[in-house]
Design a binder for this molecule. Structure first.
Ligand SMILES: Cc1cc2nc3c(=O)[nH]c(=O)nc-3n(C[C@H](O)[C@H](O)[C@H](O)COP(=O)(O)O)c2cc1C
Ligand code: SF4
Length: 445
């Protein structure tokens, strides 16, 4: 059994006052940044590469490699920026908010290391509009870091100016997409940009910019505390470190957990340290493994390890670590309808396949769920999804940003893996799972 014996990211969350600067410093806080600042920026980037740290925001992209795409000052003398993605809006995901609430200086210390490595003198932390409490904790942490001389003209006493600002979003899921986030930071409507150019070359205000997730950057102090090799060895394959995952749905103990990369989905759901199984008499029907945009898994696919690359053979992804367990009483049509409704609502409307396709899929799913659907509707549903993003997923959709894929790939996976549910609705001309209370669905029924 692969239960994590030593917490890395959540290690200090239970300590009273951990979110204050004084307690953080009492226990060695900012010592790792001081240590890292003795290295040269290329040396820091090499350490991050060696650690096999991968982005925790969704795509699992190698962090050190992303940093190395920032052009050298001789090639591009413009200022550099670091943007921290604290938008955390992927349904089923709640981990970054707990870093902000419980250990904000861990993130700020990571920012000090990253900005020095990237030669960035300004960092913006873009936080989800609804994060009232986490944002207030972060604001205080930033103010305390300035008052203590950590940030400002001399970063930790070094001749390097660093200014850090928190910018609150306004509740749009699309602003978590990195280029929409940059547009929003520039004070514009959060519309994703066409890539290339990628933000590392042309980002905020047209300058080289690295966008990283909160958990990604908060891992840096640990890497410089115990070494890149230690961090890499903690992980599995090409994924260094541990992962924070959010377990929800039909499990006895939902919550945010830190897991080893070799922990399996089954262990996460059933071990008493984590989900502790399902309520009596229930069994797993399906699992969404990485936030609602990740293609669904069946009960036969739970031996998958929670490491980034392990999901590829199952045509799914580790995503943002939002793991949603559905039991045998779940209607997959109704569930997919709910998911589709979300993406239709959140599409920014720039590209036709996404703008028209997501609401179209939502209408078709409603029709099938209400017993009015036909087999032709089911075929149209998968054709519309295919027009947004090809299935099986090849990593390149037909739209400007990956929200298109996020809406289309779940549709394909639900229909492919749970076709019987769809066909039963069509032949019975009703939902076979009975008339359940509509809950959150009620508002748009
Ligand atoms: C529609 C959409 C929403 C996203 N939302 C988030 C988010 O809330 N938080 C996040 O870190 N990344 C989000 N991402 C991924 C970011 O675009 C980006 O890949 C990530 O912030 C990079 O950080 P990382 O390399 O540290 O993972 C989203 C992507 C898309 C397409
Ligand atoms: S895929 Fe959707 S959300 Fe992304 S840019 Fe196009 S319309 Fe906007």
């Amino acid at each position: 059994m692969s239960v994590l014996t030593e917490k890395v990211m959540m290690r200090d969350w239970a300590r009273a006052g951990q979110n204050t600067l004084s307690v953080y410093k009492q226990h060695g806080g900012y010592a790792q940044a001081k240590k890292a600042l003795e290295l040269s920026p290329p040396q820091i980037i090499d350490e991050v590469k060696k650690s096999q740290l991968r982005g925790r925001g969704g795509a699992g992209f190698p962090t050190g490699l992303k940093w190395s795409f920032v052009p050298s000052i001789d090639k591009n003398p413009k200022p550099r920026y670091l943007a921290i993605n604290a938008d955390e809006s992927e349904p089923g995901t709640a981990k970054d908010r707990f870093i902000l609430e419980n250990d904000p200086h861990l993130l700020l210390e990571g920012i000090a290391i990253a900005c020095y490595a990237l030669n960035a003198h300004t960092c913006y932390i873009y936080s989800r509009g609804e994060f009232k409490y986490p944002s207030s904790v972060l604001d205080k942490a930033i103010a305390d870091a300035y008052a203590d001389g950590i940030f400002g003209k001399k970063l930790l006493g070094k001749d390097f100016e660093l200014n850090v600002y928190q910018v609150r979003g306004a509740g749009a899921y699309i602003c978590g997409e990195e280029t929409a986030l940059l547009e929003s930071l520039e004070g514009k409507k959060g519309w994703p940009r066409l890539k290339p150019p990628f933000p590392a070359v042309v980002g905020l205000f047209g300058c080289p910019t690295v966008v990283n997730n909160v958990e990604t950057i908060a891992a840096l102090p640990r890497i410089f505390e115990k070494g890149a090799q230690w961090f890499s060895d903690l992980g599995l394959g090409k994924s260094g470190g541990t992962r924070l995952v959010t377990l929800s749905g039909t499990v006895n103990q939902p919550g945010t957990y830190e897991v080893a990369m070799n922990t399996t989905m089954k262990e996460l759901i059933f071990e008493k340290e984590y989900g502790n199984g399902l309520p009596e008499g229930r069994s797993v029907k399906a699992v969404i493994p990485g936030g609602s945009s990740a293609p669904v898994l069946t009960a036969d696919e739970l031996d998958v390890k929670l490491e980034f690359d392990a999901f590829k053979p199952l045509q799914s992804m580790a995503g943002s670590g939002g793991i949603i367990v559905m039991d045998d009483t779940t209607c997959m049509v109704r569930c997919l309808w709910r998911v589709a409704r979300f993406y239709a609502e959140e599409s920014c409307g720039q590209c036709t396949p996404c703008r028209e396709g997501q609401p179209w899929m939502t209408r078709l799913l409603r029709k099938i769920e209400e017993g009015r659907g036909t087999e032709e509707d089911l075929e149209t549903l998968t054709n519309v999804a295919q027009a947004i993003a090809p299935w099986p997923p090849i990593g390149l959709g037909n739209t400007i940003c990956a929200l298109g894929d996020a809406g289309a790939l779940p549709v394909q996976s639900f229909v492919q893996k749970f076709k019987k549910d769809f066909l039963d609705h069509i032949s019975l001309k009703r939902c076979p799972y009975g008339d359940k209370p509509w809950g959150a669905l009620g508002e748009f029924r």
